[in-house]
Design a protein around this ligand. Structure first.
Ligand SMILES: CC(C)(COP(=O)(O)OP(=O)(O)OC[C@H]1O[C@@H](n2cnc3c(N)ncnc32)[C@H](O)[C@@H]1OP(=O)(O)O)[C@@H](O)C(=O)NCCC(=O)NCCS
Length: 230
């Protein structure tokens, strides 16, 4: 089984290795940072929705009619937008905390000690700058799930995520899996580009299962990579 992979070419100083317990804090931090960075894009997406324009317009007109003051109405609208930002931030934090309570609570137990599962990190000059996990799908013995892919912001566009995803595909092949599957969201444009360029196909679109997710029609995409059998 692959223990450590030294990359070549432009990535010669990067090493992909299996997760060690000492990586726990940095892995959880990289995951949080990788998720929270999508907050502004998500807010912009929501602000562009016609139903949100309508609600904001109705609020503004009601405030103007009730207060007869442009200044007060403007201040109330600013407060409404700030509350919306806080609401979205809460939703993101809730999601991260939920993941912290699931597989990221005990990475050794969830990945390293589990059958047909593994977690890798990328090390650059002794610093962990990327990560990915692979777990067997709950209801299957031959479908691998790629999870928690994240790369530090200052190390992007160097091919790290591509190498990590390839590591998961190679691992899935070794484990006799027929496919690799994953979920990503509509605002994770970089991830979508990466998976599509690697041969993953979008097979399903569903709405994020929260009240806010349904209100905003926030989509979650499923991608599948089919492993060719000789
Ligand atoms: C998505 C992410 C993992 C990509 O990491 P990365 O190491 O920069 O990706 P790579 O350098 O391996 O890029 C692979 C391909 O994807 C493309 N790509 C990556 N990020 C992109 C972006 N933001 N916009 C457009 N294309 C992007 C690259 O151009 C590259 O294509 P190319 O080889 O044809 O040039 C990284 O941006 C990240 O950690 N994001 C936050 C967390 C996240 O969204 N994770 C995905 C979970 S599903």
């Amino acid at each position: 089984m692959l223990i450590q992979k030294k990359l070549t070419g432009a990535m010669a100083n990067y090493i992909i290795r299996r997760f060690k317990t000492k990586d726990y804090d940095i892995v959880r931090l990289l995951f949080r940072q990788g998720m929270i960075e999508h907050l502004p894009t998500t807010c912009i997406y929501i602000l562009k929705l016609p139903r949100v324009h309508f609600l904001l317009m109705v609020s503004l007109i009601s405030l103007l009619l009730a207060s007869k003051s442009y200044l007060l109405s403007f201040m109330c609208m600013t407060a409404i937008l700030a509350a919306g930002w806080q609401l979205m931030k809460g939703e993101f934090n809730h999601y991260v905390e939920q993941c912290y309570m699931e597989d990221l609570m005990d990475i050794d137990k969830s990945y390293m000690e589990k059958k047909k599962s593994c977690f890798w990190v990328v090390e650059f000059n002794g610093r962990v700058v990327g990560m990915v996990g692979a777990q067997l799908a709950e209801d299957s013995d031959d479908v691998m799930v790629l999870k928690r892919l994240s790369v530090a912001k200052d190390q992007r566009f160097k091919g790290i995520a591509r190498s990590l995803s390839t590591t998961v595909i190679e691992f899935a092949k070794q484990q006799g899996c027929k496919s690799v599957t994953l979920e990503t969201s509509m605002v994770q444009h970089g991830a979508q580009k990466l998976y599509e360029s690697m041969g993953f196909t979008k097979t399903d679109v569903c709405t994020f299962p929260t009240l806010l997710g349904r209100f905003a029609s926030f989509s979650v995409f499923t991608y599948v990579y089919n492993i060719e059998t000789p």
